[in-house]
Design a protein around this ligand. Structure first.
Ligand code: GLN
Length: 455
């Protein structure tokens, strides 16, 4: 067998890794590259130097890998060791993957830059002064830098797609219910999905075939026999594609608009029918999400009370122990979300906020369903901007607004992919393709076709 070089390893796709016979060599390469790169990139919170024998993959550190720490990048769970494998991890193992490490994230997956981690900031491999995106920034950076062949992320409002977009790799959020979340530390249960971050669209499809499926440990999973690679490498018939007018609206960087125009032209040249549509409801999506997600998060995070898991700051009174543990254990952004969520669920404000947000969520879902009666896909940029400078965004509202294009897929439970499409000032741009529920294979097929035009 020919000797593999470092560079060949860094570029190796999952498709090729599956065919590669000497898998223990792949893990050695992965650990070597991590050793060389990660002091600067900081994609990993922990690395398994003893890993052996499989296809090296990174797993976001909010999913359980038995015997590994699950920190959620928090002080609260520092030192917590997972007592079991998440279902996705069990499936990876059964398919001869080797988890070489746990990747960095914004604390409890709340964020869009991986700056809110108690383990330090993950750097964008394309430009070390820039963020990697988030909250799965570690997973995206680990794939983009070639440290691992592929990675898993979780996506509540864009956390797979946006870091993939910032780091120039592929990120796929499946239809809600296709991938089990057993063993994922819950953020907002009606929105959370696990999905792949990979070098190519085909790799995401391959990984989906492994991780998807009904799981009795997660009652939200559904029985569907989808071959996610079913449309890979095939030319899809003429599609009807809607481009959201908001892709060219206020807040979207000029360079990103430019790439979007080129994308639309390419899709038209490939013979598909493109129509510009106004999705006015998009303007409510951020506000809706930032009521619903914190409400669910506040509830989910109540389990971290210093009694059951992780950090415990003892005190004479139980109440004081709760307060001190939670006061010291959570970072500012997590506290902000818990405060918002407690407020929006309080008796006096439930109707005005939570209940109203649920109604707007329904309205947005209905609008998207209507659009999908007529169109196969909706296209937008994944993010209105390219990766920003570390430390440059401090206003939470500015930070939240950047999720505008990714949030709708979570609110409506839809599948959506981010694929790299050109650059602005040497920084990658991602285009998002969103489809109706269970159109996952079709989205992957379409994304694969576009990606192959760019090679
Ligand atoms: N940026 C969004 C947030 O901060 C999305 C996070 C996610 O998908 N986990 O909540």
């Amino acid at each position: 067998m020919e000797e593999l070089t470092d560079n060949e390893f860094k570029k190796m796709t999952l498709k090729n890794a599956v065919l590669y016979e000497n898998r223990s060599e792949l893990v050695k390469f992965s650990l070597k590259v991590i050793g060389e790169e990660d002091e600067i990139i900081r994609a990993f919170i922990s690395v398994d130097e003893q890993a052996c024998g499989g296809i090296p993959i990174g797993v976001k550190d909010n999913m359980h890998v038995k015997g590994f720490k699950t920190t959620c990048a928090s002080k609260m769970l520092k030192g917590y060791v997972a007592p079991f494998d998440a279902t996705v991890v069990r499936k990876l193992r059964e398919n001869k993957f080797s988890v070489v490490g746990k990747t960095n994230l914004d604390e409890f997956a709340m964020g869009a830059s991986t700056e809110y981690s108690v383990y330090g900031i993950t750097r964008n491999p394309h430009n070390l002064e820039r963020v990697a995106g988030g909250s799965s920034g570690g997973s995206a950076a680990a794939v983009a830098s070639g440290e691992v062949i592929a990675a898993l992320g979780s996506d509540t409002g864009g956390s797979i797609r946006q870091p993939a977009s910032f780091c120039g790799v592929v990120g796929f959020k499946p239809t809600y219910g296709l991938v089990s979340r057993y063993g994922l530390v819950a953020f907002a249960s009606s929105l959370d999905q696990i999905g792949p971050i990979t070098k190519t669209v085909e790799d995401s499809a391959i990984l989906m075939n492994i991780i998807a499926g009904k799981d009795e440990m997660d009652p939200t999973t559904v029985e569907r026999n989808i071959d996610f690679t079913g449309f890979i490498g095939s030319q899809l018939p003429k599609m009807k594609i809607a481009v959201a007018k908001q892709s060219f609206g206020e807040g979207v960087e000029d360079g990103v608009k430019e790439r979007m125009r080129e994308f639309v032209k390419l899709v038209e040249n490939l013979g598909h029918e493109v129509t510009m549509i106004d999705i006015d409801e998009l303007k409510y999506s951020v506000a809706t999400y930032y009521v619903i997600a914190p409400s669910e998060a506040g509830t989910n995070l109540s389990r971290f009370d210093g009694v059951k898991y992780g950090l415990r700051i003892p005190s004479d009174s139980l109440r004081d122990a709760y307060e001190r543990t939670r006061g010291e254990g959570f970072g500012d952004e997590v506290k902000r979300r818990i405060l918002i969520g407690t407020f929006t669920l309080s008796a006096a404000y439930y109707d005005a906020y939570f209940e109203k947000a649920q109604r707007v969520r329904r309205k947005l879902s209905n609008r998207l369903s209507e659009i999908f009666e007529e169109y196969d896909f909706i296209i937008t940029p994944t993010s209105p901007t390219v990766a920003f400078k570390v430390g440059s965004v401090s206003d939470p509202l500015v930070y939240y607004m950047m999720d505008i294009f990714t949030i709708p897929a979570n609110l409506a439970g839809l599948p959506a992919i981010s694929i790299p499409f050109g650059e602005v000032g040497n920084l990658p741009v991602g285009v998002q393709i969103m489809g109706p529920r269970f159109s996952d294979a079709k989205i992957l097929g379409f994304g694969d076709f576009i990606e192959k035009q760019l090679r």
